[in-house]
Design a protein around this ligand. Structure first.
Ligand code: LLP
Length: 700
């Protein structure tokens, strides 16, 4: 029946000792016997020799091109079910006129490839597929040869997963509806009706279901004939079972006899699509015992797993497992299991096995069909080698897969180029806003992705002009438990900022526009709770009660006396009045005062203020953190307006013109030196939305 036999207690495949192959190619591997394959094909094919027929090997059962070639050499064709199998069959040299194409889901590309190759026929499985074939054939300007796979609703009495001929299965067109489909197909300009096809299942161990379905199909062919539709081909599919354990399937000759008898004198070419019966017992999976262990049960752990042979796990299928050497030794009951991380990963359970030890070779028999062809890379296990024995020689017909082959075609996309979790955040949506000359980057950080520790470097990088987005500051909007939201506010140099009126107005408008806060809102800052109200593009901020008022202090700077007032409006501000603000040495003098010991250790912002006709002020500010003149500083404008009010120069509300030329309005009430109800009103503008890429953070 097959060519795996013991000689002197060692398993041979034809005239090759299995351990010799194992030593040469390593384990596990599939081992096939060319003699068995040849004999099986011949027995099957000869059984139909007296009628016109074509044996189309079901490539899916064992798709290696060497095996396809072997059957082609013996005069066989191929039954294919995908573009991949078409490619294999063509590569193996199978005559396209001996190729039939089955399968419920052929794509337009696959149909095109099959028509280009000039195959014998496509076995159509639905009306929609017929329409697709018609369209593709029309596009190619040719006629597609087809048969229709009818579903005869016959119970093949096999495993439910491999029954295909029941009405409840997805396969074919119900036989009761098929006539209508044939009549419709006859009208299609790019379809040639060649035949009828049918395949009811696999591993059938009786002939009766075959005969029963053939009887139904014959009746149907007669109906076709009545309508004037003649056919030249009848495809009866595959499905003949083999012996794995105690099954007693019919021999091919018996199967052929029954079919030919039922066929009667039907005048057409019979197509058969055997798979398992040709290759099943012609192949074995050879595996090595890695370890044994004994707990509640005895386990023999081998180097082949469910990824290499899925049938036991998938169908609870039985495969005889033999010791390659000394098969007659003492026996034990064991589970033969693979290395895969699944309890379902077994080759046999509760099996009487020759006592195994690490290093022993085992042969999993009858693995030629649906063995390698169903194997996968699960657990990133390279697919095993396939070896074909020919008399006393063996040939590796598929090399063991390499690790490189495992990842072939895989790549790491650009957004993962950074090797830290931040990479997963990119591209990060942000909003650029401007408030009277200060620009800010806003990031919705309600679902946080940066830690506080990471924020300074991030802010420094993203705020860097010319190399990144560029801004005076970066504001993260986060959830708050006590207010509508809270911010994390950093200066462009990565230092933490406490408060900035311009930033606060932008934050209020951002939060309102995003639905994070109502028009009248409160938000949390390190400088306390800020109240804000959004009206159109303008935002009014309630400022924290100013503290630390000091008027008329005299500082000596470069030998010159300067009169400086100061007030903390959330951040420290120094105020200097000037007659002509355009001439004010904002940068030079500002920097000296900012770092002056009088204001240490916190330092201060420095405002140069000129009174304007009509209750107004012009203010230019040197900003701490920015370390330069900014176009507007809200808290500076507030400090300037309050100090100017205290000095009697203006009355609230005070209009402040900033260096950026924009207007801020400062509201407050004064009772003596008591300052209350301080509001800053001014614009906050959306500039643009963007998405930050990883490259926005150049490493600094
Ligand atoms: N023709 C068609 C349309 C088929 O679908 C099949 C198998 C065959 C022919 C070949 O059938 P065979 O002669 O090999 O029984 N993976 C399962 C078997 C699936 C069979 C699928 N179709 C197993 O390991 O038992």
């Amino acid at each position: 029946m097959h060519d795996f036999q013991y000689k002197n207690d060692t398993l041979y495949c034809e005239d090759v000792a299995v351990p010799t192959v194992a030593a040469a190619v390593g384990t596990p591997f599939y081992l096939y016997s060319a003699a068995t394959l040849t004999r099986h094909f011949a027995a099957f094919d000869r059984a139909f020799a007296d009628i016109p027929h074509l044996t189309c090997f079901a490539a899916k059962s064992c798709a290696n091109i060497a095996i396809l070639r072997l059957f082609a050499t013996l005069g066989g064709g191929a039954d294919i079910v995908s573009g991949g199998e078409l490619f294999r069959a063509r590569t193996a040299g199978v005559d396209p006129r001996k190729i039939v194409y089955s399968g419920v889901g052929k794509t337009a590309d696959e149909i095109r490839a099959a028509l280009t190759a000039g195959i014998l026929m496509l076995n159509v499985e639905s009306e929609q597929e017929l329409a697709q074939i018609q369209a593709v054939a029309a596009g190619m300007g040719l006629k597609a040869p087809v048969s229709f796979r009818v579903n005869p609703d016959v119970d093949p009495k096999t495993h439910a997963y491999i029954s295909t001929g029941l009405a409840k299965n997805k396969f074919g067109i119900p036989i009761g509806e098929a006539l209508r489909v044939y009549l419709a197909a006859r009208e299609l300009p790019n379809i040639t009706i060649k035949g009828v096809s049918c395949h009811i299942g696999s591993q059938l161990t009786q002939v009766s279901p075959f005969v029963e379905s053939l009887a139904k199909v014959k009746g149907f062919i007669a109906q076709l004939a009545e309508q004037g539709i003649g056919i030249t081909h009848l495809d009866l599919g595959g499905g003949l079972g083999i012996r794995y354990n105690a099954e007693e399937p019919p021999e091919p000759a018996e199967y052929a006899r029954a079919i030919k008898q039922e066929l009667g004198g039907l005048d057409c070419t019979l197509i058969l699509e055997p798979g398992r019966v040709l290759v099943g017992n012609a192949g074995a999976l050879v595996t090595k015992v890695l370890y044994t262990k004994e707990g509640l049960k005895k386990f023999i752990i081998v180097d082949a797993g469910m990824n290499d042979l899925a049938r036991p796990s998938l169908y609870d299928a039985f495969h005889l497992i033999q010791a390659v050497e000394r098969p007659g030794r003492e026996q034990e009951v064991a589970d033969v299991v693979g290395p895969i991380c699944e309890t379902g990963d077994f080759l046999a359970r509760n099996r009487v096995m020759p006592k195994a030890a690490a290093g022993d070779l085992l042969a999993v028999m009858s693995a030629g069909a649906y063995g390698f062809s169903m194997s996968s890379n699960y657990n990133s296990r390279p697919r095993v080698a396939e070896v074909l024995v020919h008399r006393d020689d063996f040939h590796v017909i598929r090399a063991r897969e390499t690790h490189e082959a495992l990842i072939q075609g895989e790549s790491i996309p650009d957004f993962l180029r950074r090797q830290d979790v931040m990479a997963l955040q990119f591209p990060i949506p942000f909003t650029k806003m401007s408030g009277t000359g200060n620009d800010f980057i806003f990031i919705d950080h309600r679902t946080p992705f940066l830690t506080r520790e990471e924020m300074p470097a991030f802010a420094r990088a993203v705020c860097e002009r010319r190399f990144s987005v560029g801004a005076d500051g970066l504001i993260f909007i986060e959830n708050s438990e006590t207010a509508d939201f809270r911010w994390q506010f950093l200066n462009g140099d990565g230092s933490w900022a406490e408060m900035c009126g311009n930033g606060a107005r932008c934050a209020a408008r951002f939060a309102h526009a995003r639905g994070i806060a109502p028009a009248r809102m409160r938000f949390e800052t390190v400088a306390g709770l800020i109240e804000a109200e959004v009206t159109g593009q303008s935002v009014k901020l309630k400022m924290t009660a100013p503290t630390g008022l000091r008027l008329h202090e005299k500082l000596t700077v470069n030998g010159q006396e300067q009169v400086v007032h100061s007030l903390n409006t959330g951040v420290p501000h120094a105020v200097l009045f000037r007659e002509d603000i355009r001439q004010a040495p904002v940068l030079e003098l500002g920097r000296i005062i900012r770092f002056h010991e009088h204001f240490q250790p916190a330092g201060t912002n420095v405002n140069f203020v000129q009174q304007q006709a009509g209750n107004g002020l012009i203010v230019r500010t040197y900003e701490r953190g920015v370390e330069g003149e900014t176009l507007a500083c809200g808290t500076g404008a507030v400090a300037s307006a309050i100090i100017a009010g205290l000095l009697g120069q203006v009355r609230p509300p005070v209009a402040v013109t900033t260096s950026g030329g924009e207007q801020l309005v400062i509201h407050y009430s004064l009772a003596g030196q008591e300052i209350a109800e301080v509001y800053l009103e001014g614009p906050a503008n959306f500039i643009y939305e963007g998405r930050l890429h990883a490259e926005a953070l150049r490493s600094k």
